[in-house]
Design a protein around this ligand. Structure first.
Ligand code: 13P
Length: 291
């Protein structure tokens, strides 16, 4: 197993009735910890980065680091660029062997969003890269991208038609979730997912996974979601483990960076493993191998 396309993974997930965990990683430590969780669960996984994380490391370094981790894995791994409104960055990424990108056109009016998404799709497909499309905005600001206001909302028919016209491979609709922690109970739209899934063969993606209950996740998967994004939960696991380690190091006056890395990795593996299980991913790499 190794580096695979996100569309292949999500197509199999859609057919088999589970969702692939798509986790936002920030460095080699979190990426390897996430892959380790997937290997333990015998599940495929999607490693994704925010634009901020990618810019921080640089496209070249991040691409070669993630590709090395993906190709060494014993389960299928896809590499995905999360929410990117920057066409120039997408052009750079598609030449560096990523599996897919999310072109975030949610700030644009409908016709412009569909037109630009179509251009991105044509460019990405030349390089074998698939495209997730977002033309309604997912509420919340994540790593500097997004808005707390709903900018555009469309009918499920309009979303399906927009993807057909642009040729987008996967669709990220607004279904009541939000990036980050929830301050109030979200109004989740399982019905919207089910309707959209009935109108298109394209895999449908859930954003804003952190803070949902296992029951919510299962209902979204039953409604037809094929990829679920988790970011904030990994950040919290990472930082809380680091804090606990540093407090203990201070108390014991023992300063060992590799022990810090191990504790952080263990926490990230645990949180990713939990999500894979809830999304129905355990043992799912067999479906993919048989595809
Ligand atoms: P959370 O940060 O709420 O998990 O959302 C992740 C996400 O949707 C990334 O695109």
């Amino acid at each position: 197993m190794s580096l695979v396309n996100t569309l292949d993974l999500t197509t199999v997930a859609r057919r088999e009735g589970f969702a692939v965990a798509a986790v936002n990683v920030v460095d080699d430590l979190s990426a390897r910890a996430a892959v380790f969780a997937a290997e333990q669960a015998e599940s495929p996984i999607i490693l994704q980065t925010s634009v901020k994380t990618l810019r921080r490391a640089g496209v070249s370094l991040m691409s070669s680091m993630l590709r090395t981790i993906a190709t060494g894995a014993s389960v299928p791994v896809a590499l995905h660029l999360d929410h990117c409104p920057d066409r120039a960055l997408i052009s750079e990424v598609v030449t560096h062997g990523w599996s897919s990108v999310l072109f975030d056109a949610s700030a644009l009016p409908f016709d412009e969003a569909v037109g630009q998404t179509g251009e991105v799709v044509r460019e990405a497909h030349v390089h074998g890269v698939t495209v997730e499309s977002e033309i309604e905005n997912i509420i919340g600001v994540e790593d500097g991208i997004g808005s707390d206001e709903a900018l555009h909302s469309y009918t499920e028919e309009e979303l399906a038609e927009a993807a057909r016209v642009s040729g987008a491979d996967m669709i990220a609709p607004q279904v009541g979730t939000a990036h980050g922690m929830y301050s109030a109970a979200p109004q989740l739209r399982f019905d919207r997912v089910a309707k959209l899934v009935s109108l298109t063969d394209r895999p449908v993606v859930l954003h804003g996974g952190t803070g949902l209950s296992d029951r919510d996740f299962r209902r979204f998967v039953e409604a037809g979601i094929s990829k679920i994004n988790i970011s904030t939960a990994l950040k919290h696991a990472y930082m809380n483990a680091a804090r606990e380690h540093l407090e203990e190091a201070e108390r014991r006056r023992r300063w060992e960076p590799t022990a810090l890395f191990d504790q952080v990795a263990e926490a990230v593996t645990a949180v990713v493993g939990w999500h894979i299980g809830v999304f129905g991913g355990h043992g799912a790499d067999q479906h993919w191998s048989a595809a």
